[in-house]
Design a protein around this ligand. Structure first.
Ligand SMILES: [Fe+2]
Ligand SMILES: [Fe+2]
Length: 392
């Protein structure tokens, strides 16, 4: 191709590309050229041209709000107001991992052998089926329902990190399915085809669609209450209740030296999820304290009923995964465990406990208490964020 094969000199082409990129930026942020970056849809809606050297236009971090913020520009991260949100972002980055770094050879050999029982295979398949689509539901809810309505840049910074982690988690199930040569359609269709999985996901999907209805706004009390129920549904219920029977089941295999690659992947997912859960609860409690009129006794009762319903759905899921006991686990233990987990979530939401059940799996805390572990592929010790102080 000659120098001017496109008929336009390189310098002109560069200028055109720049103009095109600027025009795209204008359209994305609803900025008009004549108002010089003042009419962003997400912040101060003044239409007068500002004095570009006016220091009084600098943001006051105290005016930042988690939702419905009109006073400050959501594109300016610093100065921070919500240090906790930034710290969650740093913790998430410090735990970075990729599923295809985990060796799967021993899992492949075991899966192809006759050393796994039919019930054990059933438990593994059910959990791959549930998690493979649940991770996508969570990622899509962040991007489509939550992100737009969070008006604080440090909280958005964490949401961007979390959305990427959910993509990594979905990738994990693609990697496991491919490694074990499983039927992709069977695994990724279980949320349509298996009642106990469908019921959990349907519960979540109605919460996403409520936010996506035309005309939805968090500026009314009713709208903000709907938004809070979405946050409870995804952070407290999906990531804080619906994931936990699966964590116990797959980590139980690893404790018995079975399916250790899959178990390792679940350990990393659980570590990420404990941070998601804690961020979500801090976000909910932060919105509550800034908007006390929204968290009415009636809303609190609705939240309690949502979590109680989730406990029943999760117990039904555990029974479906495990109609007969295996690996020292059985459905009765899962009822106690799910109720115990739900009580911990009520406590973090500053709500009275519901069940008073004891934890039948105290070993689960050890998994999240690891601060260092042998790196699984390069035999070097890797520092991970200590998760002992986190809710799990
Ligand atoms: Fe996830
Ligand atoms: Fe998550």
């Amino acid at each position: 191709m000659g120098r001017h094969a496109l008929g336009v000199p390189p310098k002109k082409r560069m200028q055109k590309k720049f103009a095109d990129a600027l025009s795209l930026l204008y359209s994305v942020f609803s900025i008009t050229k004549t108002t010089h970056f003042t009419t962003m849809s997400c912040c101060n809606a003044s239409t007068t041209r500002p004095d570009l050297h006016d220091l009084s236009k600098r943001i006051n971090p105290e005016e930042k709000r988690l939702v419905n913020c009109k006073q400050v520009d959501v594109n300016q991260l610093m100065p921070l107001k919500y240090q906790w949100a930034w710290e969650y972002y740093i913790k998430g980055c410090a735990n970075h991992w990729m599923p295809n770094e985990v060796p799967m050879q021993s899992d492949i050999e075991l899966w192809k052998s006759n050393r796994l029982t039919t019930q054990e295979r059933h438990v593994i398949m059910r959990n791959l089926g549930f998690f493979s689509t649940a991770e996508s539901l969570v990622g899509n809810n962040i991007v489509l329902a939550i992100f737009k309505h969070i008006t604080n840049p440090e909280a958005r910074q964490y949401l961007l990190r979390q959305a990427f982690e959910e993509a990594i988690h979905t990738h994990t199930f693609q990697y496991i399915v491919e490694s074990l040569s499983l039927d992709q359609r069977e695994v990724f269709n279980m949320y349509h085809e298996v009642n106990s999985i469908h019921d959990k996901d349907a519960f979540e999907m109605t919460l996403t669609s409520a936010i996506m209805e035309e005309g939805f706004s968090t500026e009314t009390t009713e709208g903000l209450q709907t938004f809070l129920k979405n946050l409870v549904g995804f952070y407290v219920i999906m990531e804080g209740v619906f994931f936990y029977s699966g964590f116990v089941m797959l980590l139980s295999f690893k404790r018995q030296n079975k399916m250790i690659g899959v178990g390792q992947q679940f350990e990393y997912i659980m570590r990420d999820e404990s941070i998601h859960l804690n961020f979500g609860i801090d976000l909910i409690n932060g919105i509550r304290s800034e908007n006390p009129e929204a968290w009415t006794p009636q809303l609190e009762q609705e939240v309690r009923e949502m979590i109680k319903k989730a406990v029943e759905l999760e117990v039904a899921y555990a029974e479906d995964c495990m109609p007969r006991g295996i690996l020292g686990l059985n459905a009765t233990l899962f009822r106690d465990y799910v109720q115990y987990i739900a009580d911990r979530r009520f406590d973090r939401l500053n709500m009275p406990l519901e069940y008073g059940s004891k934890n039948p799996f105290p070993w689960m805390s050890e998994v999240t208490d690891l601060s260092k572990e042998q790196n699984f592929f390069e035999r070097k010790v890797t520092e991970y964020q200590k998760a002992a102080s986190l809710e799990w």
